[in-house]
Design a binder for this molecule. Structure first.
Ligand code: FAD
Length: 420
């Protein structure tokens, strides 16, 4: 599809943030075009097929507890869900730690799990209840510290920190020092306490594709890399497009390069190894947590939650490390976590994502400005929280800001600016 010479709004980047802006502007009847450097829609939500298996570009899940889940047709995504909790390997055994409010039948397992004495377990339950039930303004008004300090003050105890929170959160925050802001931790834990985590039947990329379908293929231009932006035009390798408003919805590094007012972010990385097993060793779709001293933060049988990830009933296993690891170096660890023979693991592929998500260190700045003035806007997970929720929330805020600006423009002014 050729680029138009001008559009009311140009969005740079077809990740969830850019698509969230574009869907809203299209719904408001605005003339929007999205310029995307890559070949696929959805940015960091990317999926490919490998030997018939659905392979996401790094293990990630969708959480129905995210407020912006309201923007999606969840039924059409056909999500397959994980059981809320995890398997903790300790003292030579696998222990199920499952939210007893959601799975009362697993309450006894959770009570017996080696996460410390009863008062510590009650502190874990109290922390989860507070994060799930307290109003967001109250969570955000609490003194900010690191996640580790926050959980320690909540009384969860060193054993639960080491065996459960440490590896569980390392897999989500992509850092294992728990240096992330306690405010972001509270928001994240709130989503876990209120929602369920799942995988779309056609892979995580399906989330972006659902939004893209609302934008329309004639407005989405793939393989177009933008090199320069202003509030009135973008310059790309496919030509210049003039506009009344320009939204930079790229990854944080590119946003910082394109727009001097945007600060670069420290980025987290992750390596995910995909293996195939003849069958799942588990009866429940649960994430298995890495153990102290190991290289993996977690390992999970994806097909237990979402059978559509496999073509023929075999099990697809995703195992993630924060540092880049070689498959040969983690194979035995994967086998130990699932209690299977290493020889049964067939290596499918390995993915390393270097710019997986921006760090959210204290003091975390939620809701960073998206309207930079002069018709230029910026959005993305680096403006809110490093997550699907953050990307979509920033897109929502940005669409509202763009619409305000367009409405403020007197008739004809947009065309004048576009021709400048
Ligand atoms: C491996 C991994 C695991 C994750 N796990 C989770 C999880 O479990 N739960 C969760 O909520 N979040 C998770 N995340 C984070 C989440 O995926 C991101 O926060 C979110 O997708 C970011 O969306 P975005 O739109 O802000 O940015 P992006 O998805 O990065 O979109 C930016 C788009 O801009 C395009 N672009 C860049 N430069 C240019 C240019 N010059 N011209 C044109 N286009 C350009 C890019 O190609 C891209 O499509 C994970 C991320 C990764 C990578």
């Amino acid at each position: 599809m050729p680029l138009p010479a001008r559009a009311e709004v140009v969005v740079v980047g077809a990740g969830l943030a850019g698509l969230s802006v574009a869907t809203r502007l299209v719904a408001a009847g605005r003339d929007v075009h999205v310029l995307e450097a890559g070949a696929h829609t959805g940015g960091r939500l990317a999926t490919e097929r490998v030997d018939g298996f659905v392979v996401d570009r790094g293990f990630q899940v969708f959480n129905t507890g995210y407020p912006r889940a309201a923007d999606l047709d969840l039924a059409a995504l056909d999500l397959g869900y994980f059981t809320p909790g995890a398997v903790v390997r300790a003292e030579g055994r696998a222990h199920r730690v499952v939210d007893p409010r959601r799975r009362p039948s697993a309450a006894l397992d959770t009570l017996r799990a080696p996460l410390g004495p009863l008062p510590r377990k009650l502190a874990i339950a109290a922390y989860s209840a507070r994060a799930g039930l307290a109003p967001v303004p109250r969570l955000l008004s609490a003194p900010e510290t690191s996640a580790a300090e926050h959980l320690t003050r909540a009384g969860v105890g060193a054993t639960a920190l080491e065996r459960f929170f440490g590896p569980f959160l390392a897999g989500v925050l992509l850092e294992d020092r728990l240096e992330t802001s306690s405010r972001y931790l509270d928001l994240l834990w709130r989503s876990f306490a209120r929602g369920a985590t799942g995988l779309p039947a056609r892979g995580i990329q399906a989330i972006g594709e659902q939004l893209a379908a609302r934008v329309g293929t004639e407005r989405l231009h793939h393989r177009v890399r933008v090199a320069e932006v202003s509030g009135t035009a973008v310059t790309s390798d496919a030509g210049v497009v003039r506009a009344d408003a320009v939204v930079v919805a790229t990854d944080p590094d590119t946003a910082a390069a394109l727009v001097p007012a945007v600060e670069a972010s420290a980025l987290r990385q992750v390596t995910t190894h995909y293996h195939v097993l003849p069958a799942s060793p588990w009866s429940d779709p649960l994430i298995v947590l890495g153990t102290p001293g190991g290289q993996l933060v977690n390992s999970v049988v994806l097909t237990d939650a979402q059978p559509a990830y496999g073509p023929d009933g075999r099990a697809l296993v995703a195992s993630s490390s924060l540092a880049p690891t070689r498959e040969a170096d983690v194979r035995d660890e994967v086998a130990r976590l699932h209690d299977v023979a290493a020889a049964d693991l067939q290596h499918l592929t390995t993915v390393t994502v270097t710019g997986a998500q921006p760090a959210a260190l204290p003091p975390v700045r939620l809701r960073r400005p998206v309207d930079l003035g002069g018709g230029l806007f910026v959005c993305g997970d680096h403006r809110d929280t490093p997550s699907i929720q953050g990307a979509m929330a920033s897109g929502r805020r940005t669409a509202a800001a763009v619409l305000r600006t367009l409405r403020r423009d007197v008739p004809g002014r947009g065309a004048d600016r576009g021709a400048a």
